[in-house]
Unconditional design. Structure first.
Length: 67
């Protein structure tokens, strides 16, 4: 169990390109997360890309640069 009391947490390690748990996680500089499931951690990079694209679009709308 993690310190948060929520059970196992999962992380995507950008150094090793794998899912790690709260029991064997690399230093924070190398990981994304925590995630509630292994599947969520496996999809971390896709989630980051989708979120960045949405934020970029929001920034363009805010700046009046709609396409």
């Amino acid at each position: 169990m993690s310190d948060s009391g929520r059970g196992t947490e999962y992380f995507w390690c950008t150094r090793h390109h794998r899912v790690e748990t709260d029991k064997d996680v690399c230093p924070a500089v190398y990981v994304l997360g925590p995630y509630r499931s292994k599947a969520d951690a496996e999809n971390a990079l896709q989630s980051v890309q989708e979120r960045n694209e949405a934020w970029d679009e929001e920034d363009r709308r805010w700046a009046g640069e709609e396409r």
